[in-house]
Write a protein of this length. Structure first.
Lengths: 207, 207
DNA sequence: CGTTCCCATGAACGATCGTTCGAGAGGGCA
DNA sequence: TGCCCTCTCGAACGATCGTTCATGGGAACG
């Protein structure tokens, strides 16, 4: 099936491009760099993609769609707001850790997009942010008023999670599950004063 | 005094450059853009600065030095670890809110530097990070073991604080003092389970 | 007056950028 | 065989990049 071949080659190209964009930054990366990294000629890139802009857009929109799809999947059968928040964080960090390059590009090159591309991705971000805010609203409903403004809480949590590309090593000692639990507890402890309940976390000293 | 004139013009140039870098990104900004924004000719820029690289370095290193100096000033006479953390966060966010452009450039264009410039700024970052970690160690000493890994806590807090250039409006309804208090409580509540004590925060619904 | 020094400029340089174009290799099908 | 379709490429285009250079206005000083 020729169409599938083409689609797979585009997938591979996007993965290679995400790697290089994550490492060198979007604007610092030339189409010649991408040609070298993907093993295709410079002109050959334009058979699969209309422009460098579209390349960035495809990386961002596909990653985002995957994150949102995973979120809906993990939240589908969960009613308890606290548990929903845990799932939301797990999903976000899971995808982040297993697609560091793409997510770094999504988080860090947000303003590199323009026009309709930018508008489209921003729309997705707004919906995703709204999803988290709704979860927080649910928590407040069952656990009483929060200790701080919901908007501040939302962006603080996104800040914690989206900053990890600056320091987290998916291959290091710290597992994603532990990281997700830590972030959940850190957030919930401050947001509604939820105490740590089950098995305490390891207290390895800093490194 | 001619030297002071020159220094002041350099200051103004750096401020203008920070504004443009923050808005368009470092690599997207051309020296011609900066010439236009600062009212100097293209060649004239090179009288004050050796290269575009150095321009970015100066913005970053000066901002960082100011943040670190403010930190030392505010921590000088404070012994209580909890209070020290509060001052640390206040200082960071105060400077962030009053120098959004510079701090966005510092946070967002970290990897645009190269060679000695990069090494120098990274060294400052390491020291600053260490300062926060030491405060956390002090907190653990007086309040018992934390609920999560110190390294995760450190970077989570930096994530909350450094992410604000993505959403915070210094001219909006949310004041810096309130923001700093919120971040402090959010962090401490989750880190050591510190309950909210005095006057609760406003619970304005999201916007 | 002449000389010196600070500041500023227009014009140009070579390099690199994203993108295009014409050409052709190779397989499937008549 | 001849024709078409998919895929790939080298070479080139115009634009824009960071930087340099020769030049000169004008204040300061002898």
């Amino acid at each position: 099936m020729a169409n599938a071949d083409r689609s797979h080659k585009l997938d591979a190209l996007l993965a290679d491009a995400a790697r290089v964009f994550a490492q060198r930054g979007y604007h610092r990366t030339s189409m010649r760099d991408l040609a070298k990294a993907s093993g295709v000629s410079l002109a050959g890139l334009y058979y699969y993609v209309q422009s460098k802009d579209e390349l960035l857009y495809l990386i961002q929109t596909r990653s985002f769609d995957a994150v949102v799809a995973g979120m809906h999947e993990r939240l589908a059968s969960v009613k308890d707001p606290i548990e929903r928040l845990g799932r939301f964080i797990e999903n976000h960090l899971d995808y982040f850790a297993s697609h560091m390059a793409e997510m770094k590009v999504l988080s860090h090159e947000a303003e590199a997009l323009t026009g309709d591309y930018l508008h489209d991705v921003n729309e997705k971000k707004r919906e995703y942010t709204r999803a988290l805010m709704d979860i927080l609203a649910g928590i407040e409903k069952t656990h009483g008023p929060a200790h701080l403004n919901r908007r501040v809480a939302t962006y603080s949590l996104f800040g914690m999670m989206n900053w990890i590309y600056n320091w987290y090593d998916p291959l290091g000692d710290l597992g994603v599950e532990t990281l997700a639990q830590s972030v959940s507890r850190l957030f919930l402890g401050g947001y509604i004063g939820l105490p740590v309940t089950e098995g305490s976390l390891p207290h390895a000293s800093s490194g």
